[in-house]
Design a protein around this ligand. Structure first.
Ligand code: SF4
Ligand code: SF4
Length: 253
C-alpha cells in the first residue's frame, strides 16, 4: 500500500499534544520553562524475553527493572512535551517559532515514531486533503519513502532507548515511584520544569544508576485489576482519571 502526503500547514499537530522527547530534547524544552511530563507504565516481568522475539526485547530495552511488593516489573517512562492548547513555540500564522530547534518528533509527524506500530492516517490530525493521491509518497508498504525522514525516525528511536538509564536515575532523584499497570493507562508525573531539566542534566552527566530494582507502586482505576495485583503481592493503589492518570478505561465507582 502506498500512502501519499503533503503538509497543509494546518497547525493541528502543534495543539493539545504530547510530543515524545529524548532526554536531551527534554532538558532544553523544560529548561525554557515549558511543561514536560513523565508518563510511567509498569510491565509485568516474570522472565527474560525470548531472544527471537524482537517486540519483547524492545519492551526490555525501553524499560528499567523495578519491584512492586514482591513482584518484579519493568518500568517504561516516556518524556513528553505537553501543551494544553497551542505549543508555546507556535506563531499566530501557524509557523513554528522554533523551527531550527524543534524536536525530532515535530520533524517526522505524521510518521510513526514507535517501532512495531504502523502509521495510520486515520489516527493522525492531518486533514483529508493532506493525503491526496497526487501528493508525494510518504510510505510504500510500510517503509518510509524519504531516506532523510527515515534517518530521523531511526535517530529518534535510538535516542529514546539511550535515555532509559538516565530516566531510571532521574526518577530516583525526583522520588517518582508510581506507574500505571501496563496496557491500562499511564501515570503522569509533572515536575516543575526547571527542576526536571536540571535533574535530567545531572542524571545524564553523572550519578549512578540504582544498583537494584527499586520499589514502585502500581496504580489502576479498575477495581478488578487492583484486586488481581494485590492478590499477586504487588503494592497497588486505586487512582482516578485526571492530571495524574491517563486511563484507557473509565473510572469505576
Ligand atoms: S516545536 Fe514547532 S513544530 Fe513542534 S509542536 Fe511546537 S510549534 Fe509545532
Ligand atoms: S496536522 Fe498534518 S497537515 Fe497539519 S500541520 Fe501538522 S503535519 Fe501538517
Amino acid at each position: 500500500m502506498t500512502v501519499h502526503f503533503d503538509c497543509t500547514q494546518c497547525g493541528k499537530c502543534c495543539h493539545n499534544l504530547r510530543l515524545t522527547l529524548s532526554v536531551d530534547e527534554a532538558i532544553v524544552w523544560a529548561g525554557r520553562g515549558h511543561t514536560v511530563q513523565l508518563l510511567a507504565e509498569a510491565l509485568p516481568w516474570v522472565s527474560e524475553p525470548d531472544p527471537a522475539d524482537p517486540q519483547a526485547l524492545h519492551q526490555r530495552d525501553r524499560s528499567f527493572p523495578a519491584i512492586s511488593g514482591s513482584v518484579p516489573f519493568r518500568i517504561a517512562v516516556t518524556l513528553v512535551a505537553y501543551h494544553n492548547g497551542p505549543c508555546p513555540h507556535l506563531l499566530p500564522d501557524m509557523r513554528c517559532g522554533n523551527y531550527a530547534g524543534r524536536p525530532r518528533i515535530c520533524r517526522i509527524y505524521p510518521l510513526e515514531s514507535r517501532p512495531f506500530t504502523a502509521m495510520s492516517p486515520e489516527n493522525r490530525l492531518c486533514p483529508p486533503e493532506a493525503w491526496a493521491s497526487e501528493l508525494p509518497v510518504l510510505e510504500r508498504d510500510g517503509a518510509i519513502a524519504d531516506p532523510e525522514a527515515a534517518r530521523i525516525v531511526a535517530d529518534h528511536r535510538q535516542a529514546v532507548l539511550a535515555g532509559v538509564p538516565v530516566l531510571a536515575k532521574a526518577c530516583e532523584a525526583l522520588g517518582l515511584s508510581s506507574a500505571a499497570f501496563a496496557n491500562e493507562g499511564l501515570a503522569v508525573h509533572m515536575p516543575e520544569p526547571l527542576v526536571l531539566s536540571e535533574t535530567l542534566r545531572g542524571a545524564r552527566d553523572g550519578g549512578e544508576e540504582p544498583a537494584e530494582a527499586r520499589p514502585w507502586t502500581l496504580v489502576t482505576n479498575r477495581r478488578p485489576t487492583l484486586t488481581m495485583l494485590t492478590d499477586a503481592g504487588c503494592d497497588a493503589a486505586l487512582i482516578r482519571q485526571g492530571p495524574g492518570y491517563l486511563g484507557s478505561f473509565p473510572d469505576e465507582p
